[in-house]
Design a protein around this ligand. Sequence first.
Ligand SMILES: C[S@@+](CC[C@H](N)C(=O)[O-])C[C@H]1O[C@@H](n2cnc3c(N)ncnc32)[C@H](O)[C@@H]1O
Length: 437
Amino acid sequence: MIKKINQVICGNVSKKTLKEYWTFRHQSNKKFTHGLHKYPARMHPEIAKKIIEDYADKKTVIIDNYVGSGGTVTEGMLNGINSIGFDINPFAILLAKVKTTVINEKAAEQEYLRIIERSKRDYQKGRFYPKLVPNDYDVEYWNKPSVIKKLSILKHYILKSKKNYKIKNFLKICFSQTTRLASNERKDEFKHWRMPEDELRTFRPNVFEIFSKVCQKNCSLMADFKVTMRGKKSKVIVKYGNAKKLSESLGKKEKKILKNAKKHLVITSPPYGDSGTTVAYGQFSLHPGLWLDLPTKRMKEVDKICLGGQRYKESRIELGSKRLNSRLREISKLDIKRADQVYAFFYDFDQSLAELAKILKKGSHLCFVIANRTVKRIPIQTDKILIDLCKKYHFKHIVTYPRYIPIKLMPRKNAPENLKKNSGKTMIEEKIVIFRN
Ligand SMILES: C[S@@+](CC[C@H](N)C(=O)[O-])C[C@H]1O[C@@H](n2cnc3c(N)ncnc32)[C@H](O)[C@@H]1O
C-alpha cells in the first residue's frame, strides 16, 4: 500500500489526501494491548504497522530508541518480528513490558475480583496500609483521604498476590490507571494540574469500581491480543536506556539479536522538544510510578534527562544544519534562554543519531515520527533539520509523509510570550520521515 501511495505522491495526489491517509483517523489506536493505559504523545500503532509491512521481513530486527509505552514493539510482536526498545522513563518500561507480555486473562480476571472483594472488606473494617502510601510527593494534596486509603489496600493485595509476576505486572498497570483516574488531577492534561476547587468539592471517585472497570476493559483487550498472537513467535526486549548512550545500553542479548539480524529497522517517535516546554513524560508518570514503587530517583529525573532537558554551558558545537542555525539566531534575538533550550534539544537528538549510526547494519531503514513546533512564534522545521543532521551519518532521506494529529494527549496551543490570552497554535501535524542507511 505504501508503495502505491508513493507512486501517487509522484503523481498529483493532494497533500490533504496524503495527510489523511497517514492519519488513520477512523482506526482505533487502542486495539489489543495498545489501549491498556494512557501515555502522552503515543504514536498511532497503524503507522508502525504500515512501516513494518513495507520495510521489514522475518529477518529484520526493529529498534525503538524512544519506546515510550511500547506501541512499536507491540506492533513488531503482532507482526512476528523481533524488536528492542529503550526509554529513560521506568514507568514507560513497565508499561511497554506489560503490553508485550501475553498472559492468561482469565486468571487475571479471577485475581482482580478476589482483590476487590478483600479490599472492600478491609475498608469496611477500617483497615489500611500507610506504609504502602508513597511519601515522595504531596499525596494528600493530590488525593482525597478515602482515595489514599483505598489505593493502599488495593496495592497491598496486588503485592501479596500469589499469581506469577506477569499477571502481577498487568494488575499493577490497571492499578496505575486507577491512581490517575481517582486522583485530584485534571485528567486530560499531560502536566500536573489540580482540579479547580468547585469541581473537587463534588468529586467522589469510587476507587474500587474504577479499578474493576479498568481491569475488566484490560482483560478484554488482553484476550484479543492473546488470540491474535496465537502461532506467532518473536522476541521483544524492553530496557531502561538512554538514546544518547544507546551503544552502552546494549547488553549481550541485544547485541546478539542485532548481530543475527539481516537488517535493522528503526521505528521511533522522539520527543518533539524539551520536556519543559513540550510534553513532560516524567510529570505524567511520576505519581503512578511512585505508587508502583518504581525507583524514585529515576522517576524524578525523567524530564531532566529527556532530550533537551539540560542546557549546555559550553559554547555551541556546529551540528551541521544551516536551517537550525538561522532559527537559533532568530530566537536568540527574542529570548536567549529559549534558544539555548532549542539548541540543547537538537544537540541531544543529534547524539542519539550518532549512536544509531554506531549500531545499525548497512541497508537498514529508519523511520522517525516527529512534529514541527513553533518557539516564540518562530517555526522550527524539525523534519528538515533532521534530514540535515542525518547527512553526517550517511542516512539517505527517502521520503517524508505528513499526517494530522487527531487524538494525541499533547499541547495544541502554547503561549509564546507566556501570556495566557496570547496563545499560539503549536503541533497539529506530524511528519513521518524515512531514511536508508
Ligand atoms: C513521543 S514519546 C514515545 C511514544 C511511543 N512511541 C508510544 O507509542 O508510546 C517519547 C519518549 O521518549 C522518551 N525519551 C526522551 N528522552 C529520551 C532519551 N534520552 N533516551 C531514551 N528515551 C527518551 C520519553 O520518556 C518518551 O517516552
